[in-house]
Every structure is written in structure tokens, then in C-alpha cells.
Design a protein around this ligand. Structure first.
Ligand SMILES: [Zn+2]
Ligand SMILES: [Zn+2]
Length: 190
């Protein structure tokens, strides 16, 4: 079965799944999806949401496009009550008895925030792949030092493309937003 002619792009496959996982997010501001794998098998998925069985963001706030959407109020709510996709995925493993993540890869549709990243480092995940980079300025000197010291591998891989969008049936407005940002980022990097 091991055909050397077939070149499987596991990163693309798992990032596609991460975009699919993002669809479970009920945050009105951003939908982030995460897949954690080991030896090319998915061991956990996550999306940004309030904890299981509690009132979701979209039941409390109007859509981001609604003029009544209050960015500051949502931001405060989100900080205190919404669990980021990375944490959601890692905590789901803890809730199921735990898992040694020291050989795992974490795929996220969005670059992990500093808070998630320190927890990813703490559990020992050695590799993170993300599809969208929201700030090209990076993490700041302390986090950069932590990244260097921990030896974590952070890969920005904008593998999202039209084909992937069709496969994941991603919300087209959100997808276009991400895609435009990716193109912009690529141009900035050249
Ligand atoms: Zn939200
Ligand atoms: Zn985060």
C-alpha cells in the first residue's frame, strides 16, 4: 500500500480539517479551528467557543457586521468566557484522561495568540502549523525568547486555496477575508 509515487501532503490534509473544525465555532467575531495530530492521525480537534453546554457567543451578541455589534463589549466577554481553539483541543484531551503531546503537531487556522502559545509550549507540543498570520510584527521579545528556548517549530503555511475552500465548504465571506489577508501577507514578505 505504500506507494512512493503518491506524495501525500499531510499538512494540507490536516489544515483542511482545521478549517472544517472552525465551523463548530459560534463566536460572532472569529471562527478558529484546530486539529492536533500524532503520527498522521488526528487525536483532537477544537474551535473557539464558550465551555460545552454553556450559552454561546452568537446567542448573546449580534453578528460582527451588525451596527449594534459592540466590539469592546464582545472583546471583554470573549477574554473572560470564550476558550480559544488551541486550548479547547488540548483540554479535550485532558478531559479524556490526558495524552502525551510531545510528538504531536498542532494545526491552527490562525496564528496562536501568546497566551495559547505558552500553554502549547508547556504541554510540550514540538510543532505548530498555522494558515493565517494576523500580525507580521510577531510576538514580542519575551515570547520570541520563549520560542527560541523551547525550540518549538512554528510554521506559517498559507495552504488555503480555492480547492481547499470547496472541500471544506467554508463560509465564503470569511474565507475571502482570510485569503485576501494571506495574499497581502505574502506580498509583504516578498
Ligand atoms: Zn465571540
Ligand atoms: Zn489563543
Amino acid at each position: 500500500m505504500n506507494n512512493p509515487q503518491i506524495n501525500i501532503d499531510w499538512d494540507a490534509i490536516f489544515m483542511t480539517m482545521a478549517f472544517a473544525a472552525a465551523r463548530a465555532s459560534r463566536c460572532v467575531s472569529r471562527n478558529v479551528g484546530v486539529v492536533i495530530t500524532q503520527d498522521n492521525h488526528v487525536i483532537a480537534t477544537g474551535a473557539n467557543n464558550t465551555p460545552a453546554d454553556t450559552t454561546k457567543c452568537d446567542a448573546l451578541f449580534p453578528p460582527k457586521t451588525d451596527p449594534k455589534f459592540n466590539r469592546g463589549e464582545h472583546h471583554e466577554f470573549s477574554n473572560d468566557h470564550e476558550v480559544h481553539a488551541e486550548m479547547n483541543a488540548m483540554l479535550s484531551l485532558l478531559g479524556r484522561g490526558g495524552y502525551d503531546l510531545r510528538r504531536a503537531t498542532l494545526y491552527s487556522t490562525l496564528k496562536p495568540c501568546a497566551n495559547c502559545l505558552k500553554h502549547i509550549i508547556e504541554v510540550g507540543i514540538p510543532r505548530v502549523v498555522y494558515a493565517e498570520d494576523y500580525d507580521l510584527g510577531g510576538y514580542g521579545p519575551y515570547m520570541n525568547r520563549m520560542i527560541f528556548e523551547s525550540d518549538i517549530q512554528l510554521e506559517y503555511k498559507p495552504i488555503l486555496n480555492e480547492d481547499l475552500l470547496v472541500k471544506t465548504a467554508l463560509d465564503i465571506n470569511h474565507a475571502n477575508e482570510i485569503y485576501a489577508q494571506i495574499i497581502k501577507n505574502q506580498k509583504t514578505r516578498q
